[in-house]
Design a protein around this ligand. Sequence first.
Ligand SMILES: [Zn+2]
Length: 319
Amino acid sequence: MENIAESERIIGHYRGKENGPLVVAIGGIHGNEPAGVRALERLFELLEDEPRLNPGFNFKGELLALRGNLAALAAGKRFIDIDLNRIWRQLGDESQPATTSEDLELRELIAAIEIAVEEAPLSELVLLDLHTTTAVGGIFAITGDDAPSLSLAAEMSVPVIKGMLSGLQGTTLHYFRSDHFSTDRSVRAVSFESGHHDDPASIDLALAATINLLRALGCVREEDVSTYHDELLRESAASLPRLTELVYVHHIAHDGSDGFRMAPGFRNFQPIAKGELLGRDKGGNIVAPAAGYLLMPLYQQQGDEGFFIVQDFSFPSAF
Ligand SMILES: [Zn+2]
């Protein structure tokens, strides 16, 4: 077990003695969301101490933790030129000059992941992408709609949102799920939203979710993990719906030209009625086109979506 790399981009690269999954965890894809970066830094401190505190500790597989948007993290902004979590797609001709700050970030991220994929004797590739929101009130995971991805997200003891991939484009999740890496092993990807950008609890919850994911994958053994993290997540999720499905995305112009303003005071998972006033833009009032729970109401300048609406979802019993 050893930490085999560390740099500005790489928070840590931990390789267990036993082969297993390669888990790629990214914090700070959005530069104003440093909680995920802090959480991964703390995880590597814990991993360094663990063999001393718990001589029987064993790690199966590899963990590669990365800082997402370095320039935006330094500036404390969501992005410099363009949202890094909307441009993950085939990079095309490498000889083309990168035109935005985020093009360069994306190339470095993909190169770091590709090297790890090529070197690892991986049984499976798993992405965890850590985020926070501008709204308060609620943690949740986003993943693909296939059963293996949904069950992995559910094992993290957090609310799961289904159907988000059809409402967005060019996210880390899309990229990982589209066979871009040189592995024939299965690939799963989960994004986790751990709370408000500036709430210190968002760091604890992101750390707890990462540890729960490692446990769900069998990278760390149940008996080696403190139940504190699991309890923290269960407590934070206690009053939230377990599984919901995206029914509406309110897209906005990312240069701010439509003058979108979210009405104040909305929280993640706040129940809303059809026709309820949610905000305004230069066209006038914006009302909810459907009833449900509000998700990620936008209370910052930069963003491509004003809000999301999700509804309760139950699997047919055959699931
Ligand atoms: Zn984010």
